[in-house]
Write a protein that binds this ligand. Sequence first.
Ligand code: G3P
Ligand code: MG
Length: 241
Amino acid sequence: MLNYGHRGFSGRYPENTMAAFCKALEAGADGVELDVQLTRDGEMVVIHDERVDRTTDGTGFVRDFSLAEIRQLDASYQFKEAGQVHRIPSFEEYCEWAAEQPAGTNIELKNGVYDYPDLEHKVLGLIRKYHLEQKVIISSFNHYSVKRMQSLAPDLVYGLLEESWVYSPGAYAEGLGVQCYHPYWGSLSDAVVADLKAHHLRINTFTVNTEEAARDMLQKGIDIVIGNFPDMVTRVLKGEA
Ligand code: G3P
Ligand code: MG
């Protein structure tokens, strides 16, 4: 079972910042998950919410900021003890760093609310530029977007994100021709796991934040757990928790 930091090591560091990504790997993560959206001027940025309000000292929608404007915001304002200002990374800044790391990246196209035009094409451009093809999994709650990107780049690995308890997810995901299914961990009953495995799906699940849940996922043979505390998952994998 692989251990991916959800928005980096977001349980202890400002989510979706370069600091959180670095700290996840230091905590033993095999990779990180991040969220990509577009600014007003069509630039890719790494941030989860459609608005900047929760995670930064600014207010408004990501899509209403230019890249230069959004880079002025403090993405670590809730973490003042860190004593440093952390910016919202551009996706290119992330890719440049990731190219130098052995770690994997689950790139979540955060287009479940706003279906950002051309997001798939833009993300693919940086994956190619930084030769990240073997290191990434592309996922989205927007399954139309997953299929669009798959048609642009059939060589990449894709996963369908799902928070609902979809009935017979194996047949659905296999029918869409993706390799992975990314469900909410609590929906992974033995029957659902068996269904997904019978359809040869890799199971990458979120957001696994307790030792009990991590041990359960390990016992069920899940491929990747995505969680806010990669240090905790590291301990579980070592049999120390
Ligand atoms: O990709 C796993 C997880 O990040 C999906 O939910 O809302 O945290 O992006 P969310
Ligand atoms: Mg996400």
